[in-house]
Ligand binder design. Structure first.
Ligand code: NAD
Length: 429
């Protein structure tokens, strides 16, 4: 028996990466024992398929020429074209974009969407640039990555600091370069341009469905269940409203302006009105304010972090007394906090499934663009709820079978699907 061949890693793939890519690699190593013969292919998950780094030269409004660094990483396309957002942020790094692209592979596969994972970004603080400059930056970036994106190759979407307008510019640039109107090259577009109804609320609606499924599994009645939510924006606000409508008591809401609490339940519709006029939840009528420590210590059935990453850490995990934690945000729970909560018996519904409603409706948008036939909002919500329930059920079945957490189970489901596709496709050339 000869020794296996060593597999030297390219220099940019540091296996001891202390950043997001390193965290992702640890997660893959944790599921390896559950992949059976597919473990043979596991290295596929540890190396992005394609990394493109582009220079973006742009003439600024003052006549100077500035250069920006942009990325598009396609982590895996075994199950379908790449899918993932484009982030504009001054802290964007290749390690971060690689990890985010890998998590998109996992998220798409966990929900059984026929997509691989990709992500893009430009290292830029968009607040420093005019709308006209941002348009030129977006168009040049799109042209530079144009060779590797496309409705059948890789479909970008909005992420941090990008929006429907950014997608409209990307779609237009790609279409002009290709000499055709290609609406399906991006998702998250304005509805006037082939965007989907229901997209804005999709992630929050998915969080709501995941919370209901978890409650059912824990024999908790949603009616009367106490819910606390961090983040009252697109994701947290929608989830809170839907839970309130289903009879739950939203007892506390935490946003960037403060924390409001009412033990009998806040009126989420009135809270939306207050946020619209006051800019945040602080000072909402019929509520008292809490400190962050008091918020995390609240006894609840359901806690939904839906604001920022890294909010639940080893410093506050001990305070938390909730039966179910539904991760609306990406990465809100650190690995140390995850261990503390799991040892207390808290059920954690992981981000890769809990907040997958957005990418699911992005998938619906892409399907509608291909067929040029658009669905009603009711149809979209109905299909979204069915896909979220199926994803939850696949994850929880594997968790029971292997006696592992829902997070590990979601990774097992996703990595198995990706590597099965890899295996049956085989290697070519
Ligand atoms: P949003 O901008 O609409 O809302 C963010 C909310 O978080 C606001 O209520 C804001 O006040 C609150 N917030 C900001 N800083 C805070 C702080 N320091 N402390 C407490 N609250 C704070 O954003 P969103 O679209 O609802 O996204 C929320 C999270 O969900 C993000 O982590 C995002 O990456 C993730 N996510 C969003 C989607 C989507 O489709 N929108 C999809 C998947 C994941």
């Amino acid at each position: 028996m000869t020794e296996p061949m060593p597999h030297p890693l390219p220099s940019y793939l540091n296996p001891k990466d202390p950043g997001p890519w390193g965290i992702y690699l640890q997660q893959v190593d944790r599921v390896a024992p559950y992949l059976g013969p597919l473990t043979r292919w596991i290295e596929t998950l540890k190396r992005p398929k394609r990394i493109l780094i582009v220079d973006i030269p742009v003439e600024l409004d003052n006549g100077q020429v500035a250069h920006f660094e942009g990325y598009r990483v396609q982590h895996n396309t075994s199950r379908g074209p790449g899918k993932g957002g484009v982030r504009y942020h001054q802290d964007v790094t290749l390690s971060e974009v690689m990890a985010l692209s890998a998590w998109m592979s996992v998220k798409a596969a966990a929900v059984n969407l026929p997509f691989g994972g990709a992500k893009g970004g430009i290292r830029i603080d968009p607040r420093d640039y005019s709308q006209a400059e941002l348009e030129r930056i977006t168009r040049r970036y799109t042209s530079e990555i144009g060779a590797i994106i496309g409705p059948n190759k890789d479909i970008p979407a909005p992420d941090v600091n990008t929006n429907a307008q950014t997608m409209a510019w990307m779609m237009d640039t790609y279409s002009m370069n290709e000499g055709m109107t290609a609406t399906g090259v991006v998702t998250g577009k304005p509805v006037a341009l082939g965007g989907s109804l229901g997209r804005v609320e999709a992630t929050g609606r998915g969080v709501y469905v995941a919370a209901c499924e978890a409650a059912r599994e824990c024999h908790i009645d949603i009616k009367g269940a106490r819910v606390a939510v961090q983040g009252f924006g697109n994701v947290g606000g929608t989830a809170a409203r839907l839970l309130h409508e289903a009879g739950a008591k939203v007892v506390a809401v935490y946003d960037h302006t403060g924390i409001v609490h009412n033990a009998h339940g806040l009126n989420t519709l009135a809270l939306f009105d207050h946020v619209r006029t006051a800019g945040g939840v602080a000072g909402a009528p019929d509520s008292e304010s809490l400190t962050p420590e008091e918020f995390w210590s609240l006894e609840t059935e359901i806690l939904i972090p839906a604001a920022l990453e890294g909010q639940i850490t080893q410093d506050n995990a001990d305070l938390i007394h909730t039966k179910i934690l539904v991760e609306g945000a990406n990465g809100p729970t650190t690995p140390e906090a995850d261990d503390i909560l799991s040892s207390k018996g808290t059920m954690i519904v992981p981000d890769v499934v809990a907040n997958a409603g957005g990418v699911t409706v992005s998938y619906f948008e892409w399907v509608q663009d291909f067929s040029s036939f658009f669905w009603t909002e009711q149809e979209i919500n109905h299909r979204l709820e069915a896909m979220m329930r199926a994803a939850y059920s696949a994850m929880s079945g594997v968790a029971r079978e292997h006696q592992v957490s829902l997070r590990t189970a979601a990774f097992i489901v996703a990595c198995t699907r990706i590597l099965e596709a890899r295996q049956v496709r085989g290697l070519y050339p």
